[in-house]
Design a protein around this ligand. Structure first.
Ligand code: TRP
Length: 444
């Protein structure tokens, strides 16, 4: 059986960047940054992305491409009759967890497209917009409906297959998102009182760097780059034998980080200008943005385009999550792609409903003192992804080893890659150590 592959080089980059760039950059990044000390968080975040991002990403790509398999099949191929496939299963489990709460927010982007088209923000003040966002969460069925529609859309694209499904959409629309973010950033920076938000974002207060801030930054970096649970192993398995994985990883990391920082530049100056607290969580994004559009000429059109692009960005991310589950079901459980997609989507909806409903006021859907939504977010970003990434680098660094890694990374010596030594050193020593230290520091 021949496997689906990405048609062109830009296809791989577009799809992996499509997975990376999403709600994680636009809503989760500002939330985490606002709650974890502003500039200090940004600094730690960037350090983690620079030092660990590319090595961890390459570890996943190499595992995927060398085996041409889904995460579970990949570990089974490389180390048959060992416990390593457990981390593949952990990845599939993690895909469910992330899908469950991510699709909640993804559903909101659809609600906001409808609101934008209906011109429902214009002329309203901050308190009204915030109040309407809050009120929307109280209408459980509406949240669930949008969420299910979003998961259905994801299933539709995944069913159509990798090459023509993912590639086509991501290639054109992601660059457009960057353009619109730049326009919004310029607007935001010229609002009265924007300077304060700018300093909040870029002036690090070193005393704010604590264990929990480090863990948040680590979790956010992995979440944003889609690392630590096998998405990139799966996508790596579609990379061609003569592609340069190092430049692919670099492009994806740069694109993802650019969008996150741009989102920060859009959100924080405007939030400070309008008087939205940096700790406002999701309100920070879903209230500040409509307020910016309210102040812009052509705001009506920009608002619609923005939320459409945000929905597409979310879609290319949910596609990658669903693809992990589907690839597993097709290749390991041997069911048809159609049934795999139906089953995986239904499973995500079943768990996801509880995430959506848990945002109602006075909800009883809580775990460990958090709403179910926050619990799933916490479990995936701060526990499962760091643990997954830790074992992935351990596997590459210590089990498979340097020779295997270099052979695969250099396409059997065809590429030079003078930095491969440094990358492997990080994979073997620095990455596991840094992940372990940060992880432990957050829970002491
Ligand atoms: N990275 C995506 C974002 O920032 C979300 C995402 C897609 C993801 N696939 C993932 C996160 C795999 C962690 C693991 O929006």
């Amino acid at each position: 059986m021949s496997r689906d592959g990405f048609g062109s080089k830009i296809g791989v980059i577009a799809a992996a960047a499509g997975s990376a760039v999403g709600l994680g950059n636009i809503y989760r990044f500002p939330c985490e940054l606002g709650n974890n000390g502003g500039g200090a968080f940004l600094l730690v975040y960037l350090l983690i992305v620079i030092c660990l991002g590319i090595p961890v990403m390459l570890s996943e790509f190499v595992i995927g491409r060398s085996t041409q398999k889904n995460p579970i099949g990949a570990f089974k191929t490389l180390r048959p009759r060992s416990a390593w496939p457990v981390f593949g299963y952990l990845g599939v489990f993690c895909a469910f967890i992330i899908m469950a709460f991510y699709s909640t927010v993804a559903g909101w982007t659809l609600e906001y497209i409808v609101k934008a088209v209906g011109n429902q923000f214009q002329g309203k003040d901050l308190a009204t917009i915030e109040g309407e966002f809050e009120a929307f969460h109280q209408v459980g069925w509406k949240n669930v409906l949008w969420q299910c529609i979003f998961i259905f859309l994801t299933g539709f694209v995944v069913f159509k297959g990798v090459a023509d499904g993912i590639e086509k959409y991501a290639k054109i629309l992601m660059p457009l998102l960057v353009v619109i973010l730049i326009v919004l950033g310029v607007k935001s920076l010229t609002l009265p009182g924007a300077g304060e938000g700018f300093s909040f974002l870029f002036k690090p207060d070193f005393s704010k760097i604590t264990g929990p801030v480090l863990v948040s930054a680590l979790g956010q970096a992995f979440f944003s780059l889609s690392m630590g649970m096998g998405v990139l192993i799966t996508y790596g398995s579609y990379i061609k034998k003569d592609d340069n994985m190092a430049t692919t990883a670099l492009s994806v990391t740069l694109a993802d980080t650019l969008v996150a920082v741009l989102a920060g530049v859009v959100i924080f100056p405007a939030a400070f200008s309008f008087g939205v607290q940096p700790t406002a969580g999701m309100g920070l994004v879903f209230s500040t943005l409509p307020m910016i559009f309210n102040q812009m000429t052509g705001g009506y059109i920009f608002c619609i385009i923005f939320f459409v692009l945000l929905a597409v960005a979310a879609l290319t991310s949910t596609i990658s999550l669903l693809e992990v589950i589907v690839a597993y079901l097709v290749e390991e459980v041997h069911i048809t792609r159609r049934w795999a997609t139906v089953l995986a989507s239904a499973g995500c909806m079943a768990v996801g409903v509880f995430a959506s409903l848990s945002l109602k006021q006075g909800t009883s859907l809580t775990i460990a003192g958090m709403s179910f939504f926050d619990g799933l977010d916490f479990l995936s970003a701060k526990i499962l992804l760091p643990v997954g990434a830790f074992f992935i680098v351990l596997f590459v660094g210590w089990i498979m080893g340097k020779k295997w890694f270099n052979t695969e990374l250099t396409n059997e010596g065809k590429l030079k890659l003078s930095i491969k030594g440094v990358i492997f050193f990080i994979i073997k020593y620095l990455a596991p150590l840094a992940i372990a230290v940060i992880f432990i520091s957050g829970f002491l």
